[in-house]
Structure formats: C-alpha cells, structure tokens
Design a protein around this ligand. Structure first.
Ligand code: SF4
Length: 296
C-alpha cells in the first residue's frame, strides 16, 4: 500500500491568507474589483478568484484606469502606485503584508537619512524585477542596488558604506554568504551594516520541509513556477531527496514516477493553496488504485 501524505506545514502564509480574504470579502459585495498583478504566484488560485469576479491587471492597465477599486497584493507596491491611484480616483484595497510594509518603511527611513546618502549604498538581496523588490527599490527613488547572487556583489563599491537588506523570501544561506563576502572585502574606511529581513514564514519552513522530503520516496512540490519562496523551498527538498518534482498542477504528474515506490509526499510554497495539494493527493490515490486494478 503506497502512503500519500500532505505536509501539514505547507500552504499559504498569513500574508497571502489575509490578501485572499480581503479579495473574497470585496468580491461578495458585488462591486468590480481589480487586482494589480497576480494576487498570488499560483495560477490555479488566480483562476479560482477570477471565477469569483477578480480582474487581474498589469501596471500599464492600472495607469489607464479611472474611478475604480484596486487591490494591492501582499508583495506591496512602490510609492508611485499610490500617487497614480490618487490622481486617477482609484480606491486602494491595500493587502500589502505587514512584514513587507515594515521592510518598506525601514528602507525608506534609511534612504531618508540624506546626509550620508552620497557615500552610502543601499543594497537589496533579491530578485530583479520581482514585485516586492520593485516596491522596496521604489522607497529609494530607484537608487537601491539589487543583487541576486554572490557573483553580483562584486559590482558594489567597497570603499563606500554598505547597508544590506533582503527580500523577505530569499534564502538565509544565500544572505549569509553575501554578508561574509562583504565583511571580507569592505575597506577599513567604510562601514557595513546588514539586516536579516527574511520572513520567518519561509525560513522556519526549511528545516521542516527537509525533514518531510527526506521521509518520502517521492516528493511532489506544488508551486507556481514564478514563486520565489517556491524555488527556495523546492531547492531544500532537492537537497535531501533528488526524487523531488516541482509541479504546478496534477496534469504535470508523470504516472511512471509512481511505480515501485512506497511513500509519496506532497508539499508546497507559501503561495500554494491547501485545496490544490488535496486535489493532487486525491488524483495520485486514484492513479495508484487504477494501476493496482490493472495488475490484479
Ligand atoms: S512570506 Fe512572509 S512577508 Fe511574504 S507575504 Fe508571506 S508572511 Fe508576508
């Protein structure tokens, strides 16, 4: 009998839960509601909310919009978005996660200390172009420097002060590597301060997900391919269990993988809905039952 288990600790973080709840509440009122960008990096959940009436728009469409209601997702937005909303009579339903909001404020404060801004580099360890990172860079009038990986840290000026922050969903390991590199290279005349601003909703899941992935023969990690924390958490699964697969939906499951194994684990990112993992579990159990019938 093949065991199929869903990881209890996988699924939406509180930031995403709150954003979706806000969207659902607004949608039940019957008014038209737009969302600036995908509400969550999961196409299945986006589809579910679309069926409820949520209209997803991009920044270009947002600029052209007038007299409407727009939800801002958990990733947050740069100040420019709020300015446009004001000018275009757009009512904002702000679902920016409080953790992201706090980080935006810290970076803004850092930038506002204008006296030493000329000699100070504000650095964000994050993914270029990611919505949260755009929101953070926006707090500095676009001046913050984004570094995605250790290699890019070399472009910093080590003769000038450095203040390092992190996108909330980056890996702690990667952040520590960057900190170590800067410490080693910073000139004695310059100062270096770093702030670990990684969200514990992601970091705390790592030890658990490693344990979970190691306990099964086969892992299906359910996540949208664009999800940052999905990539990080899936990477942790792969480290301990090379028989791990990143899937967006049950259609991506290769049934051949189910042969000859005794336990399957299903887990996911902070943007993965529980209902989707349950749907995948039901599908796998059905496939196992069909193949058992064929054998007997
Ligand atoms: S991962 Fe953390 S910061 Fe990001 S939305 Fe979830 S709770 Fe907020």
């Amino acid at each position: 009998m093949i065991k199929v288990e869903i990881d209890e600790e996988s699924g939406f973080c509180f930031g995403v839960v709150t954003a979706i709840k806000k969207a659902e509440e607004e949608l039940t009122s019957g008014e038209t509601l737009y969302c600036l960008g995908d509400i969550v990096h999961n196409s299945k959940e986006v589809e579910r909310l679309k069926e409820m009436g949520l209209i997803t728009i991009n920044h270009e469409e947002f600029r052209r919009l007038r007299n409407a209601k727009v939800l801002l997702r958990a990733h947050g937005e740069p100040p420019e978005t709020y300015t446009i909303a004001k000018e275009n009579n757009i009512e904002i339903i702000d679902a920016t996660c409080p953790v992201v909001l706090r980080l935006q404020k810290r970076i803004k404060q850092e930038y506002k200390q204008k006296d030493d801004i000329q000699k100070k580099q504000i650095v964000i360890y994050g993914k270029n172009g990611h919505a949260e990172v755009l929101g953070l860079v926006g707090q500095t009038d676009g001046k913050a420097i984004v570094v995605e990986k250790l290699d890019e840290v070399k472009k910093l000026d080590f003769n000038r002060d450095i203040r390092l922050y992190s996108q909330t969903t980056k890996s702690l390991e990667g952040f520590q590597e960057i900190v170590a590199y800067i410490k080693e290279h910073i000139s004695p005349e310059a100062t270096f301060e770093f702030y670990d601003t990684i969200c514990r909703q992601v970091a705390n899941r790592m030890p658990n997900i490693r344990k979970f992935a190691a306990a099964h023969d086969l892992i299906f990690f359910v996540s949208g391919k664009k999800s940052s924390n999905g990539k990080v958490l899936f990477g942790e699964c792969l480290k301990v269990n090379p028989n791990s697969y990143l899937i967006d939906s049950r259609e991506e499951i290769d049934n051949k993988l189910l042969n000859g194994i005794s336990s399957i684990g299903i887990c996911g990112a902070t943007s993965t809905p529980k209902w989707l993992m349950e749907e995948i579990s039901r599908y796998i159990k059905k496939q196992i039952a069909i193949s058992d019938e064929e054998i007997h």
